[in-house]
Design a protein around this ligand. Structure first.
Ligand code: ADP
Length: 366
């Protein structure tokens, strides 16, 4: 394919030179004819047959010589000012096609057409940089997914093998079975989150906006975690303003609240407090989910919305580092914003702002 393209380029260049040569020859012949005719007329020269033959040979020789000279000059100019940059760009593009995203082309910093090629080179380099970023993300993503899949699978395999040992007590059997169930849930969660994130990132999910009461949704979502907070003896405080109506995608936003509540409960020690507040602030509804948990250091805070990022590298707490990436994506899609305030050892507050439904919306879109 590439060799084909090279062959085609050489043929094109040859054709261009031949066409150029013929064109120049034609122009010079015309000029010379005109010149000779003018001399003949003005000086009243009468050519003999011998003179005419001589003049024809000389004119032909001059035309060929001048045309060759012009073609050579043009070839040299093209070689340095057009073909050299084009070759450099073609070589870079070939490397890129072969998957080498580190390729960058040195600009010419020249004048004339080279300056124009520098613009193309600049765009090429930017494109290569963008592609190498995407490639890094892709390889990181695969590495992270494989790692996250391998850990629960290893646990399942271990407990599965142990379950086959003879003479297990009922309590041991139950413990191993529980561990297997727990890890399979973790795997299922991971796969569900990856699929959701993938669909959100590929714009396969279009928000379906409808008017609804945000306070009711928050209370409903929070209640789903009742067994968790009871198990950990965590105090729940709520300050939810009534009749805060938003016009947004209810299903997508419930993903946001579930992730924020689950994190607040997960990162808070037994006996701590998690509070949920809803207030209308101007055109926006502000939801604050606070906890008295371990808090987030400024360094960790910079990465928490990245895919697969987990502050606790020991992975002691359950999770796969996809929750906040999902939250951020959804908040962006519905046109809201999210921020976090936190102090290590004291706790964290996640603040989500969603635009409230305009009052006129009630009549227009019941
Ligand atoms: P996961 O909870 O599965 O680890 P997330 O994307 O939900 O992944 O969170 C990413 C990281 O952000 C967590 O690993 C944790 O370090 C930090 N984090 C999120 N929420 C809290 C919180 N409420 N308190 C402390 N740290 C948090």
């Amino acid at each position: 394919m590439i060799r084909d393209a090279k062959g085609r380029r050489i043929l094109l260049i040859l054709r261009r030179y031949i066409v150029f040569f013929l064109l120049i020859a034609f122009v010079i012949t015309c000029c010379m004819e005109l010149f000779l005719l003018t001399i003949q007329r003005t000086l009243g020269i009468r050519y003999t047959e011998e003179n005419i033959r001589m003049a024809a040979i000389l004119t032909f020789g001059n035309v060929v010589l001048l045309s060759v000279l012009c073609t050579v000059i043009d070839a040299v100019r093209r070689r340095y000012m057009v073909e050299r940059p084009v070759n450099r760009i073609v070589q870079g593009a070939e490397k890129l096609m072969q998957g080498d995203f580190s390729v960058r082309i040195e600009p010419f910093h020249g004048i004339d057409s080279e300056a124009e090629f520098d613009t193309i080179i600049d765009y090429f380099n930017r494109m290569a940089e963008e592609l190498s970023g995407v490639e890094t993300l892709r390889t990181d993503f695969i590495a992270n997914v494989s790692h996250e899949l391998k850990t629960p699978l290893a646990v399942i395999q271990n407990y599965g093998t142990m379950l086959q040992s003879p003479g297990l007590t009922e309590a041991q059997r139950m413990e191993y079975a529980r561990a297997i169930t727990e890890q399979s849930h973790r795997l299922a969660d991971l796969i569900t989150n990856i699929l959701k994130l993938n669909r959100l990132e590929n714009q396969q999910i279009y928000p379906v906006a409808k008017r609804y009461n945000l306070g009711e949704q928050l209370a409903g979502c929070l209640l789903n975690f009742e067994s968790t907070w009871e198990k950990k003896g965590i105090d729940i405080e709520t300050d939810i303003e009534e009749e805060v109506i938003v016009r947004s995608d209810e299903e997508l936003l419930s993903l946001v609240w579930s992730n924020l509540f689950s994190n607040a409960l997960k990162f808070t020690e037994d006996g701590g407090t998690v509070s949920v507040e809803l207030k209308s602030e101007g055109d926006y509804a502000a939801v604050r989910v606070s906890d008295t948990g371990c808090g987030i250091s400024p360094d960790t805070g910079k990465h928490i919305f990245e895919k697969f990022y987990q502050g606790d590298t020991s992975h002691a707490t359950q999770g796969n580092g996809l929750g906040l990436a999902l939250v951020k994506r959804v908040v962006d899609i519905v046109g809201g914003n999210i921020s976090v305030e936190s102090e290590v050892g004291k706790g964290s507050t996640f603040i989500v702002r969603i635009r409230r439904a305009a009052d006129g919306d009630i009549q227009k879109n019941p």
